[in-house]
Design a protein around this ligand. Structure first.
Ligand code: FEO
Length: 408
């Protein structure tokens, strides 16, 4: 439990952080590395109405409840405001309702649907529509709708006089600080970027919408759902403005060729395809799928309209790097309008079909793949160039004219 009232220079203890620290966590949500652990932040506002903002993971419910009890008798909680219902913040709500029977859940309508399936019981509920406000006496807490930042049910909330934004996952970091209130942006910048890159990045347009709403608001404190609470708010908002910028697209059709190659045969196909596409007027970025290139490949997935994955077949399957590209799709704001697959094979050549099916499962339009047995030679050139040309022409038809003005 931490009194954070001085964040808004209050003369009385009215704002508390009652969440949980988890400094030893090393993996979050199955795949994110957390070498500084994380925190599950929850805030308690005292006043005419007592408002608890968010819960924590279910396995930390007892610790959160203990923190709440250090501040207030839970029976006096009037509202439990859910900024969103992801279970790292909603998991403890059932346990809290056990000891806070008078509390009404306040959330978006979408969150109401989700929370029913998380707590499986009757509960009092009120919709947190945009601008809905709770009068605390010394301040008022108003709601800001922010769907898909990063869940469909997301809202933020704002203490008007105190100028504190409770921002849900936005502006957060998986970083368990020594000091929740005095961690500088430079200290956690890389952690915030990693977090934004992995959690917020696919919803960049929603970040831009949310930042637009914050534009005319004075914000002296940002209280996110993970990591330190920010008082250098301009610096923090500037970071998100930078990270959520719309990618600038050039004038020509842009195509990413991402390939892996065991003996250089698929690589040779990639180079031949690149040469043909370039001759047609496309901007082609070619990347071998290795860990060092993954950051650039993600960026290219946002900048490019076309994607060609090159993969050999190994023992009847595509190797991990080819699947890795498919797994990046949910982590970026997608710009890909057309994709296909090519590759060299020796015995049976299943990889291209498998990766193409995966792309189709991701709802990416595709054209027929191309596979060549072993080393492509002069006989293969015609097929490879026809494949590249067919891909280019189909993509050009799907791409606004401003991006094809150099085409032949
Ligand atoms: Fe930290 Fe979207 O949950």
């Amino acid at each position: 439990m931490l009194d954070i009232s001085n964040l808004s220079k209050l003369d009385k203890a009215r704002i508390f952080e009652v969440g949980v620290r988890n400094p030893n966590l090393r993996t979050f949500d199955i795949s994110l590395t957390t070498d500084r652990g994380t925190t599950y932040n929850s805030y308690l506002l005292l006043g005419n109405k007592n408002v608890l903002i968010d819960g924590v993971r279910a396995d930390f419910a007892e610790e959160q409840i203990s923190n709440i009890k250090k501040v207030i008798d839970p029976r006096k909680i009037d509202y439990i405001l859910l900024n969103h219902t992801e279970p790292d913040h909603a998991g403890s709500i059932a346990s809290i309702l056990d000891i806070a029977p008078n509390a009404k859940i306040l959330s978006s309508r979408c969150a109401n649907i989700f929370i029913k399936e998380i707590i499986h019981r009757e509960f009092k509920w009120e919709e947190a529509t945009e601008g809905f406000s709770i009068d605390l006496g010394w301040d008022s807490l108003s709601m800001i709708s922010a769907p898909l930042l990063h869940w469909p049910d997301t809202i933020m909330s704002y203490l008007k006089k105190s100028k504190i934004l409770f921002s849900c996952d936005a502006f957060g970091a998986h970083y368990c600080p020594d000091d929740m209130l005095n961690t500088s942006p430079s200290q956690i910048r890389s952690y915030m970027l990693y977090y934004a890159d992995n959690i917020i990045r696919p919803f960049k347009s929603k970040v831009r919408s949310a930042l637009g709403k914050l534009d005319n608001m004075e914000i002296s404190g940002i209280a996110p759902s993970h990591g330190p609470i920010h008082s250098n708010t301009k610096e923090i908002i500037d970071l998100y403005t930078e990270w959520s910028k719309k990618p600038s697209v050039g004038d020509s059709v842009r195509i990413l060729i991402a390939y892996c190659s065991t003996y250089g045969y698929t690589e040779k196909m990639a180079e031949m395809i690149k040469t043909k596409l370039t001759s047609l007027g496309a901007t082609v970025v070619i990347k071998e799928i290795i860990e060092e290139n993954i950051h650039d490949i993600r960026t290219e997935l946002e900048l490019s309209q076309g994607l060609l994955i090159g993969t050999p077949t190994i023992a009847g399957d595509a190797p991990d790097p080819a699947w890795r590209i498919c797994s990046l799709f949910h982590t970026v704001e997608k710009g890909i309008k057309l994709a296909s697959v090519f590759g060299s094979f020796g015995w049976s050549g299943e990889a291209c079909e498998l990766i193409k099916h995966r792309l189709e499962g991701l709802k990416v339009p595709t054209i027929q793949h191309l596979k060549v047995r072993f080393l492509p030679n002069q006989d293969s050139t015609e097929k490879i160039e026809a494949f590249a040309e067919g891909f280019y022409n189909t993509l050009a038809d799907k791409t606004p004219k401003t991006a094809t003005q150099h085409s032949a």
